[in-house]
Design a protein around this ligand. Structure first.
Ligand code: FAD
Length: 438
């Protein structure tokens, strides 16, 4: 029987998930469908909003399908079969056709859907399963209960800013890139190339993101049935068409806009204005270099700036040797890995981490948790590698280098095998043993 959602924090639980983003919600759903007691806490005042991820890939849809969510999400988004890359004269560089994956997945597509919609659907499903995400609950301390403190020895005591303490057998750190859980567990978080901490730096490429409404009719260089990335001489512009939110003015189109800035560009505003986005679109939008008029930006619904950097946790699990299964700490999502949004991997890795961790925790053996940590760390490394390659390709400078990059991309796309391995890699369906090279 589905339990009634809790109103207050309980004194103890089997699993406490810290963080109610996509990773934490996926973990809780995966545990709940297997009958494990779980609570989800989040320090924010409510569900996340704003410009973040905009695509769900096939591997995530496969995992979400096991939670009964794939068809609901497909209904709420735009299922696309292609992802196009063009140069700044709007000539094709690469076209990835996901329909070629129909022999390996029931979801040979790239689903265009905003992260806040994905989170809302997951929160609703979790409520159906009797779990309410508890907001305004920030974990400020976590410690292992010592042997002399009674029967809870080895379990983890989490203290909240609101004063309560909850004792959990297992704590899942789904608390984002600055994860407190990861820090308390003493797990290192470093750039996989340099092995150093990911320190914010002005040398790192900066991106501007915005959810925008533009007025129609759209010029032919704009597409509404697939994501379009323009690799120009000033970096890249990505346009993801999304389903318009309710109450949008008639005749407008809704896009997620992402633009990389060059080191010579002035510092972007922390919240981009309509005029700022219009200027970027006019200068770097698809076909702008050909003198094509860009559509008018009517409204910026949300926007932010973002410095890309990569980091991975040294281990995705911490299993204390002394107390059997009690006191295990596991990491999912951005708490375990971060990288640029290029390739749309962040939310997807997070969802897959969560579903896989839920299954491993339901089995409950050290072997299952170690396998989770090993497999998902390898998946995160592949995601980081893909996003870094795409950022390198996007930010090539100088006419010679641009010519070589463009020729290389066009040549790659002539080979079905390359196209397929790229589609597999982007979808998260890659066989870990495959030899993937550009
Ligand atoms: C500006 C921006 C743009 C992005 N663009 C893209 C994109 O285009 N494509 C893409 O794939 N990904 C993108 N991402 C990344 C994507 O949003 C993340 O990968 C994804 O949100 C990770 O999910 P998560 O659940 O691990 O973490 P989050 O979504 O960060 O959720 C963590 C949650 O933990 C809570 N929390 C933190 N500390 C505590 C605590 N001590 N106690 C309780 N709760 C706590 C927070 O309130 C938050 O709700 C973007 C991210 C940002 C910030």
């Amino acid at each position: 029987m589905t339990p009634a959602p809790l109103k207050n924090l309980p004194p103890s639980t089997d699993v406490m998930v810290v963080g109610g983003g996509p990773a934490g919600l996926a973990t809780a759903l995966s545990l709940r469908v297997q009958g494990v007691n779980v609570i989800v806490v989040d320090g924010a005042t409510g569900p996340g909003i704003g410009s973040r991820a905009a695509v769900v890939h096939a591997a995530s849809l496969e995992e979400l399908n096991t939670l009964g969510l794939a068809s609901k999400l497909i209904g709420e988004g735009i299922p696309a079969t292609e992802f196009s890359f063009r140069d700044d004269e709007n000539k094709p560089l690469m076209n990835i056709d996901f329909s070629m994956l129909k022999d390996v997945t029931d979801f040979p597509m790239i689903l265009l859907i905003a992260q806040d919609v994905v989170e809302r659907v997951m929160v609703e499903r979790l409520a159906e399963l009797g779990v309410r995400t508890m907001f305004n609950k920030t974990v400020i301390r976590m410690r292992e209960i010592a042997g002399g403190e009674g029967g809870d020895s080895g379990r983890l005591a989490c203290t909240f800013a609101s004063g309560e303490t909850v004792i959990a057998r297992t704590v899942v750190g789904a608390d984002g890139s600055r994860s407190l859980v990861r820090q308390v567990a003493g797990i290192r978080f470093y750039d996989p190339r340099t092995k150093l901490e990911p320190i914010p730096s002005k040398d790192v490429i900066q991106l501007v993101l915005a959810d925008i409404l533009v007025s129609g009719p759209l010029p032919p260089t704009f597409v509404t049935d697939r994501p379009l990335t323009t690799f120009g001489s000033d970096g890249m512009v990505m346009l993801y068409p999304l389903k318009s939110p309710p109450d949008c003015p008639r005749g407008t189109y809704f896009f997620r806009f992402v633009c990389s800035l060059t080191p010579e560009d002035p510092e972007p505003p922390s919240v981009p204005s309509v005029q700022y986005i219009q200027n970027l679109l006019d200068a770097r939008g698809p076909g702008s270099r050909l003198g094509k008029a860009m559509p008018r930006v009517v409204q910026v619904l949300t926007g932010s700036r973002y410095r890309t950097r990569s980091a991975i946790a040294e281990d995705f699990c911490s299993l204390p040797p002394r107390h059997g299964r009690a006191g295990a700490i596991a990491l999912v999502g951005d708490a375990a890995h971060i990288h640029s949004p290029s390739g749309g991997q962040g939310m997807n890795l997070s969802i897959c981490d969560g579903v896989r961790l839920g299954r491993a925790l339901a089995v409950g053996t050290r072997y299952a948790l170690s396998a989770y940590a090993r497999d998902r760390r390898a998946a995160a490394q592949r995601g980081i590698e893909l996003s870094e390659r795409l950022m390198e390709f996007a930010n090539v400078r100088g006419s010679w280098a641009l010519g070589i990059r463009n020729a290389a991309m066009r040549t790659m796309m002539k080979f079905q095998g390359k196209q397929r391995s790229f589609a597999l890699r982007m979808s998260g369906l890659t066989d870990p043993n495959d030899l993937w090279t550009w």
